[in-house]
Design a protein around this ligand. Structure first.
Ligand code: PLP
Length: 404
């Protein structure tokens, strides 16, 4: 049974004070908090079997290797990848996208087209712009509307046999929109284009099935789903990962090295140069276990309740506008108070112990679309409560009084 008070006991940080007030942590879309179970996995690693992996014959190294590879299997199972070597351990979403963008340098030619959605995080825009500069490929934009939804009617017109790649996020970090990625993937495949889905914002809220989606590449970060920073994963279909050239060179990614020629290791090691974030990878596995223990259906139901509760209350505040009103959205509310800069609202909320994000949320094109400098973003996780939302709402009311 889902009991938020029991769950909150797993998160020591939720019981601290900020500026003399109980912390209300509503910046979950930037990074999530860490349960004791994940911290225990980190302490256990450094206390008991800290060693480099895949290299030593000694017992510690073998234990560390086993635990690390066990985490890969946990990730494989969670995302329903066909094979564990389709899971590449990365330092996070940004790393995964750059790996794929770099690989496509040899696969694209001048005049090829790639499609980016208008709702992307900068990390799913900039690496592709760099790819276009290297190859002469053309970047086209799938537009958005006032609700913060992708204009799917425009998608068919953008797609052609010139389209080689489409990249889109599963859920927008700035607005919370859940994008119709299954349809996006189907239509892209119909013209022979591959699709990369940025799942950083989806994985805290739902359990993606990469085979059911038939997605070519799916990337995410552990730190948005109760894991540590600096670790994540890239899923790629085996055929695609074999087609892409190696990314970084170094130890661990080779089969044989001579000064004349080096041959590369098989998947997944071909893309895993150097000593990885071993402890982080193991903790990522622990985070996935933790979230599955809570249950993604429970999480979705409860977070939807929080979203509806907060939306209704915030909309009662005169002059408050919510950006991102898609029919399908997760527990992210981006808003502004008329005539007041989001930064000032965020600063006052912090004084009241409420942590929100203010600014462009690494998605400047969305802010440009709405012609605003940024928003205040409150993003809820399954360990947040309605009482905390009450604190936010009264804080926003107070901020409005003080600033207008
Ligand atoms: C957080 C986020 C990223 C970047 O993740 P990193 O862990 O910083 O690499 C990319 N895309 C979306 C949608 C995000 O929410």
């Amino acid at each position: 049974m889902f009991n938020v008070e029991t769950i909150r006991k797993d998160f020591p940080i939720l019981h601290r004070q900020v500026n003399g007030k109980p912390l209300v942590y509503f910046d979950n879309a930037a990074t999530s908090q860490t349960p004791q179970q994940v911290m225990d996995a980190i302490v256990e690693y450094y206390s008991n079997y800290n060693a480099n992996i895949h290299r030593g014959v000694h017992s510690l190294s073998q234990e560390a290797t086993d635990k690390y590879e066990q985490a890969r299997l946990t990730i494989q199972k969670h995302f329903n990848a066909k094979a564990s070597h389709e899971i590449i351990m990365t330092s996070g979403t940004t790393h995964g996208i750059n790996l794929v963008a770099s690989g496509f340098t040899t696969l694209l030619k001048k005049g090829d087209e790639v499609i980016v959605s208008a709702l992307e995080h900068h990390s799913n825009i900039v690496p592709w712009q760099m790819l276009c500069e290297r190859t002469g490929a053309i970047l086209r934009v799938l537009p958005m509307n006032d609700e913060g939804e992708l204009v799917m009617a425009a998608y068919a017109d953008l797609l052609s046999e010139k389209t080689k790649l489409v990249f889109v996020n599963h859920i927008s970090n700035a607005l919370g929109t859940i994008n119709p990625i299954k349809q996006i993937i189907e239509q892209a495949h119909a013209v022979g284009a591959a699709v990369l889905v940025d799942g950083a914002q989806a994985c805290p809220h739902l359990k993606p099935d990469v085979q059911a989606l038939d997605v070519d590449f799916y990337v995410t970060s552990a730190h948005k789903m109760c894991g540590p920073t600096g670790v994540g994963m890239l899923y790629g279909k085996e055929d695609w990962l074999n087609k892409l050239p190696a990314y970084q060179g170094g130890g661990e990614m080779i089969a044989e090295v001579t000064f004349e020629k080096t041959t590369y290791a098989d998947l997944p090691h071909k893309f895993e140069a150097g000593t990885p974030n071993i402890c982080g990878g193991i903790a990522f596995g622990a985070a996935i276990d933790y979230m599955n223990h809570i249950g993604f259906e429970n999480i979705a139901t409860y977070e939807h309740e929080l979203l509806e509760y907060a939306t209704a209350q915030l909309l009662e505040i005169e002059g408050l506008k919510i950006y991102g009103t898609a029919k399908e959205k997760t527990s992210v509310i981006s808003f502004n108070l008329k005539g007041i800069h989001p930064y000032d609202v965020g600063t006052l909320l912090d004084k009241m112990g409420v942590a929100v994000r203010t600014g462009h949320h690494c998605a400047q094109p969305i802010m440009d679309y709405y012609k605003i400098p940024g928003t205040v973003r409150a993003s809820f996780a399954f360990y947040n409560t309605k009482q905390e939302i009450d604190t936010l709402v009264s804080g926003v009311k107070k901020a409005k009084m003080m600033l207008s």
